[in-house]
Write a protein that binds this ligand. Structure first.
Ligand code: UD1
Ligand code: CA
Length: 461
């Protein structure tokens, strides 16, 4: 979109949230609300954006996309006053049209931003306001229609009995002709029930100067915003319900839909089953025919077709097809697991590559390691990757057998088919096809506990 910019109002503090953080940082499906809005703008192709920030602005700036400009609104005197803060930005940018959105209303759709813009340009509107029809319009600004378009937006507190009957409400997203918006901001007053500078007064101002205003029928969820924890939690429910319904339509099996949490960017293939306690977040992709859960958290990871992940945690990792993970496995960032890999209980993996068909079945730590295909790790193997100063890598070839309780002191390389005897501490490289054994020899002292005094309980019988 050319010559347009967006103003995102995000100066609300967290008072009613009982939070010390700005309101727009309230999270819906683990993402701050303001980032939902930013994503819709980005998808709609709006490149120039300014956020109006208030108390705690550093925190909001830290998460906003880099290309965002910001301006501080020190005193909150209403939505019109908030947009006024962006006046210089709008004027100096030479924009033709300006979108205004509220940073605490996350469900605006990018499609609606695009379609409303088209309507705005086709109709040559001074203002195009997103509207929705609600059975219970309580609290929202009402859209008052005239013979040709919209005549006014009347806030709940300023409305008379007849106006309160109107079910079409202001959804809180607008397209403005920039020249008109700047003119309106100059002359704005605060003579209303709340003594605030209402952005919504722009409608009457436009109409009285002979300009056209119309409403764009937006997705009704656009109106939903969060003012307190209750509404924030409701937004989570709405978002979750939408996603679960889409997944069910796409063939994902979710027998207990209220007991899973799936983020907006997660993709899941058909016939995959999500069991209770499953939380899928970030940029996560799960293939077809998988079983995920119960009690599994996967963040920013991908899982291939036909894999099973039980009671485990995965982060920033890639798992191949037909893998079995868990229960109680933890994949920390940077793991790449091939197909048919088996990771069992109490195994921790970090920043490691595990080749196809390799098994790490129990109580093992594998960090900063590249392991080939079809290896077997016994119980209690430790890759000793940290010497107190730096991390070192371990490299293991294909078909290696690492016996129980082996320590691999990195940096170290084991060739293909190396066989490590149980209890070995490997300090030096081991060539292909070799056996390595390094442990103290066993000593036996005969009759050492013959009278049972070494261990009283052994003496009772
Ligand atoms: C606003 C609309 C109302 C609409 C509703 C939709 C006005 C006057 N009213 O009402 O018609 O139906 O949204 O949700 O616009 N903000 C600032 N600085 C301020 C005031 C507000 O940044 O000085 C931000 C808030 O943090 C919030 C947004 O603007 O993100 C909306 O403000 P709010 O006071 O919640 O407006 P509503 O009363 O909900
Ligand atoms: Ca609001």
């Amino acid at each position: 979109m050319q010559k347009v910019c967006a103003v995102v109002l995000a100066a609300g503090d967290g008072t009613r949230m009982k939070s010390s953080h700005p309101k727009v940082l309230g999270e819906v499906l683990f993402r701050p609300m303001v980032l939902w809005v930013a994503e819709a703008l980005e998808k709609a192709g709006v490149e120039h954006c300014i956020a109006v920030l208030g108390k705690g602005h550093e925190e909001v700036r830290a998460i906003l996309p880099e290309h965002y400009t910001h301006v501080i609104q020190a005193d909150r005197k209403g939505t019109g006053h908030a947009v006024l803060m962006a006046k210089e930005y709008i004027r100096n940018g030479g924009f033709e049209d300006v979108a205004v959105l509220y940073g605490d209303a996350p469900f605006v759709l990018s499609e609606d931003i695009g379609r409303a813009y088209k309507q705005h340009k086709t109709q040559h509107n001074a203002v195009t306001v997103f509207s929705a029809r609600l059975r219970n319009p309580m609290g929202y600004g009402r859209i008052v229609r005239g013979a040709n378009g919209v005549k006014a937006i009347v806030e709940q507190k300023d409305a008379d009995v007849d106006t309160l009957e109107i079910e079409e409400v202001n959804a809180g997203v607008y397209w403005f002709e920039a020249a008109f918006l700047l003119e309106f901001l100059e002359g704005m007053t605060s003579s209303n029930a709340q003594g605030e500078y209402y952005l919504t007064d722009c409608v009457e101002a436009a109409v009285s100067s002979g300009r056209r205003v119309d409403a764009y029928a937006a997705n009704p969820d656009t109106v939903l915003g969060a003012n307190d924890r209750k509404t924030l939690s409701y937004l989570n429910q709405v978002a979750q319900k939408r996603i679960v319904e889409r997944l069910l339509e796409e063939g994902v099996d979710i027998p207990f839909p209220d007991q899973v949490v799936v983020g907006a960017q997660v993709q899941i293939g058909p016939d995959t089953r999500l069991l209770p306690g499953t939380i899928l977040m970030g940029e996560t992709m799960v293939g077809a025919d998988c079983e995920i859960g119960p009690h599994t958290t996967i963040r920013n990871s991908s899982v291939g077709d036909g894999s099973t992940i039980t009671s485990s945690q995965l982060e920033d990792s890639v798992v191949g097809a037909k893998a079995t993970i868990g229960p109680m496995a933890r994949l920390r960032p940077g793991c790449h697991l091939g197909d048919n890999v088996k990771i069992g209980n109490f195994v921790e993996l970090k920043n490691s590559t595990i080749g196809d068909g390799t098994s790490v079945s129990h109580l093992t730590y594998v960090g900063d390691t590249d392991t080939g295909s079809w290896c077997n790790f016994g119980c209690g193997v430790v890759t000793v990757n940290y010497n107190g100063n730096q991390k070192n890598r371990t490299t293991i070839g294909d078909g290696a057998f690492i016996g129980c309780n082996t320590n691999l002191i990195a940096p170290v390389t084991l060739g293909d088919r190396v066989y490590c005897a149980a209890g070995t501490t490997v300090t030096d490289d081991v060539p292909t096809d070799a056996l390595v054994i390094g442990r103290a020899r066993q000593t036996i002292k005969e009759n050492w506990n013959k009278d049972g005094k070494r261990f009283e309980r052994g003496n009772k019988s």
